[in-house]
Design a protein around this ligand. Structure first.
Ligand SMILES: O=C1O[C@H](COP(=O)(O)O)[C@@H](O)[C@H](O)[C@H]1O
Length: 269
């Protein structure tokens, strides 16, 4: 197992690291420790922690052991949060990834200021192109002068995986899988509603220090096995392979990993 503090020194992307926990609760505990480790490494490096989060089933699993902790390891004032994808609906709409993350996570952390959370510009909901450009500009501003000027390098990107293998709003067979220039792209024909969305592209996902998929439950078994055992299929999720020195992790429960032949690593920080 690659220790979390290690970097991948080769020029080819590191192989995925699969952690399978007995229960979803164990998964959430491990994930919280992993996030804290990523936070600590980032603060040591740059005195700031940049995190991108997804919607779907992730926010609940993420927040379970991160909020209401009785230790003081979380340095909330150092966090800067973006969304891997967002649906073009108002921020108080129940389809909004921000709304979901706020309900499950942010609202439970009074120390997190609204200004640390980068949401879409609601004034641009009618124009997906402009909205994607505006969100990209937000990224440019946040990462300006940082270690890579040509790409945002997130300390941690947390991802989900839909039943068809999509991640963010990157869907199987969609032309956006080939996008090489834009950091944030509009999608007007998402097969999963709502159809209008914006999404991070691979140039962002594949330059993270750490990216981690988080998935639990029997419903994800076939998909996880296809993603890890048959990367040649090219499912959107299996294309997330951050360039060196980045690493890619899969946090699952035993139900989700039951059909995967891919080797599991022992979880150790
Ligand atoms: O539509 C979306 O789906 C994916 C996967 O969701 P899950 O419920 O299967 O975990 C999610 O990661 C993405 O942010 C969301 O917009």
């Amino acid at each position: 197992m690659a220790p979390l503090s290690s970097t991948n020194p080769s020029t080819t992307p590191a192989e995925p690291i699969l952690y399978s926990f007995k229960t979803p609760d164990d998964l959430s505990k491990g994930l919280a420790e992993f996030v804290i480790k990523a936070q600590d490494d980032a603060i040591t490096r740059r005195n700031k922690f940049t995190l991108a989060t997804s919607g779907g089933s992730l926010p609940k699993m993420l927040s379970k052991y991160l909020v209401n902790r009785d230790d003081n390891r979380l340095r909330w004032d150092k966090w800067e949060i973006f969304f891997c994808d967002e649906r073009l609906v108002p921020l108080d709409h129940e389809d909004s990834n921000y709304y979901l993350c706020d309900r499950e996570f942010f609202s439970k952390v009074p120390e997190l200021k609204r200004s640390q959370i980068h949401t879409i510009d609601e004034k641009l909901l009618d124009d997906a192109e402009e909205l994607a450009d505006a969100y990209e500009k937000d990224l440019v501003a946040a990462f300006a002068g940082k270690e890579a000027v040509r790409r945002p390098v997130f300390d941690l990107i947390l991802l989900g995986m839909g039943p068809d293998g999509h991640t963010c709003s990157l869907f199987p067979g969609h032309e956006l899988l080939a996008e090489q220039h834009r950091w944030v792209a509009p999608i007007k024909d998402s097969p999963k509603p709502p159809s209008n969305r914006i999404t991070f592209t691979y140039p962002v996902l594949n330059h993270a220090h750490r990216a981690a998929f988080v998935l639990a439950g029997e419903g994800k078994q076939d998909l996880l096995a296809r993603t890890l055992d048959h990367p040649e299929e090219g499912l959107p999720a299996s294309r997330v392979r951050p360039a060196p020195p980045g690493d890619i992790y899969y946090f699952t429960d035993d139900a989700a990993s039951a059909k995967a032949q891919y080797p599991k690593s022992e979880f150790k920080l």
